[in-house]
Each structure stands twice: as structure tokens, then as C-alpha cells.
Design a protein. Sequence first.
Length: 411
Amino acid sequence: MSVEMISENLMNQHLSIRRLQSNRWTAAATISCLTLLTFVAATTASPPGLVRCSAEECGLNAARLAAIDDVIEEGLRYDRMPGCVVLVGYRNRIAWLKSYGSRQLKPDVVPMTTDTVFDLASLTKPIATATSIMLLIEDGLVELDAPAAKYIPQFGNTGKEVITIRQLLTHQSGLLPDNSIRDYENGRVQAFQRIHELDLRAEPGTRFMYSDVGFIVLGEIVERVSGKSLDVFSKERIFSALGMSETGFNPVSAIQKRAAPTQERNGGWMRGEVHDPRAYKLDGVAGHAGLFATAEDLARYAQMLMNDGTLGKTRILKPETCRLMTTSQEVSSGVRTLGWDRRTGYSSNRGDLFSKQAFGHGGFTGTALWIDPTQKMFVIFLSNRVHPHGKGSVNSLVGRIGTIAAAAIKK
């Protein structure tokens, strides 16, 4: 064999070895990438929903809990609402989930289902807005006792320069409940300008006065500080992380089809369109109203708060942030927490047997959520009581349901 042939064979062998090594490196790299992707998917996957069980399996007295049916039937009989969904969570499980009556009465009758999507109205305040503010506090971007004008300089006039984030969250800012709907007629930019120019109705920190305006301001603070609109921020940091896939502002058409209608606007029924007129003028995204959700999605959120900020392996808030949010805040006419009610004139939907640590909130459209961390229970009531004629009344009914649920706990 010539020297040239030997040299050529050696070169071919070397190239074969290099190709084999390259293929091995490629395979190893592919496996590493797949492993990394699997790890990322596992660590970012939504936490599982709460397990359903019978009342007895959950540790509740089934006969007592069944009294919920009687209360709801009475409400339907007296036209308190067209229908509703009730969910009772106890010790990390769903002990009661049931739909009643009709989702809609006009133009056609449609039965209620447990996966109906509801306009949460003022439940938006604690669930989307206050929770977003708590996240920004946790991130070190907002200070609880800092003036709101620190984040919205244009807001700092006519005495409003001393209003703090805490006062906005507890409705002690001195801002009026609602400003004129005319202030919202020309779009978001001018609407916020009008709010920035408002005068005070009371000295900040001296009087509890439930204010939609205050939470609209908090929603604006979320946007200014985070650089994202309230709907985007709350979806990314709260709802998507918790697997609340049917919760958000301005629901998409597929979800709208399951939405409970409220009233008529501009010749059509509001279905998946926010009922609150000011939130509607703000393109459906506002700090005081606009959020939609199902009962099972809200159960994920409620359980997260009861678990000190976690659901499964997903952490939304630190334990100390949860405690801060749900610690009693004395106000001029009762007790609130940061974003939630505890005992004020707005507590008629509170169960009589809930502990002193229970906190909750209601919504104008006929919604309520109460969480009792001491008894490890939460109660969700969702209705469209304003359908079809704007009447209906559910607050006392919701309170009775909460009382029944707590009475069903086996001692």
C-alpha cells in the first residue's frame, strides 16, 4: 500500500470518529434540551384544581349542608335571582358544588350550569386589584403607607397628596364613592384626568366611605408601576399561575358563550360584557369592576389565600404578604382588611358562624366570596341577580348559606 493510500485511510478513519463524536454530542445536547424543557414545563405547569368529595368525606354533616337547597329554592321562588352557583370548600377540597335555576331568562330560558362564567363586579377589587397591589408591595415597588401621588404625581392636588395606598385599600381615602359618568365619556385618558382633579369628601384616614374611585386609582397605580395594564398584570401574576384559565377581564368569545347575562345595553344583552357603566367606559378594565370567573376558578384563588399564598407547588404570595393582606384594619365604622371586608355595614352577606378571622367581599351583580382561615372553609356564591330587570337581592341569602356551611362542620 502506498503512503498516499495509508494517509487517505487514516484521514477517513479520523473523519468517521469526528462524525460519531459529533452525533453523540448532538444526541446529548438534544437530551439535555429535552430534559430542560421538561423541567421548565413541570415547574411552570398550573397547579391541579381542588379535589371534589362528598360532604361526609370532607368532614361535613351532609344533612345540615343540604339545607342550602332550601335557602336557594326560597330565593328562586321570590325572584331574588334567576339562578346561581354555590361552592363550599373545606380543608383543601370541594365539598359542595351545585347550580340552581336559570342562567338566563330572556330572550330565552337557559339552565344554569356549574361552569357558568359570571361578572364578578366588585369582587374585582380584592381578587384582581388588591392582590396585584400586594404583589407590587412584595416586589418592593410599592409602599403600603406611601402616598398614592408618589406613583401618580398628577393625583397629588386638592388635598389628595396625602392619601396613602393603605387608605385606598381600606376605603378611608376621603374620595367620593363614584364620580359622574360624564367624566368617562371621552375615553380612558380623560377619565383619569378627571379623577386626578377630584376634590375630597372627607379628610383622609378619618372616615370609612366605600369608594369605587379609590380602586380605580389603585388599578392605575398597578399600570404605572408595573408597566402593564391591570388585566395583563393580574393574568400573568395571579390567574394564569393558578390555572384560572376562565378568569379575566373582557372574556374571549368562547368563554362569553357560557357567561350569565345581566341587563340590556344599546339594544343587546350584556353577556361577557361588564355591567358596571364606568368600567364599561374604561374599555372593560378597571380597578373596581370588570373581572369575570367561574366558581371553580375562584376556588383555586380562595384556597391559595388559605394556604398562605400557595396552591400545590405554585406560590403567588409570600406567607407574610398574605398575613399583611388579611390582618384587621380598624376603620371608622368597623373592621376591614387590605381589600377585603371583615365586619362593616357591608357584611350582611357574612355567615353568622364564621370566625373573627373570616374575610370576604360581595359584588353588585349578585356575587360573594367569604374565606374563613380559622375554620379552613370558604363559600362562593355567584349569581346574576340583576337579570333581567335590574332587581333581585341576594346578600342576606348569601349570609344564610355561609351560616349553614359553618354549622355543617363536624366538631
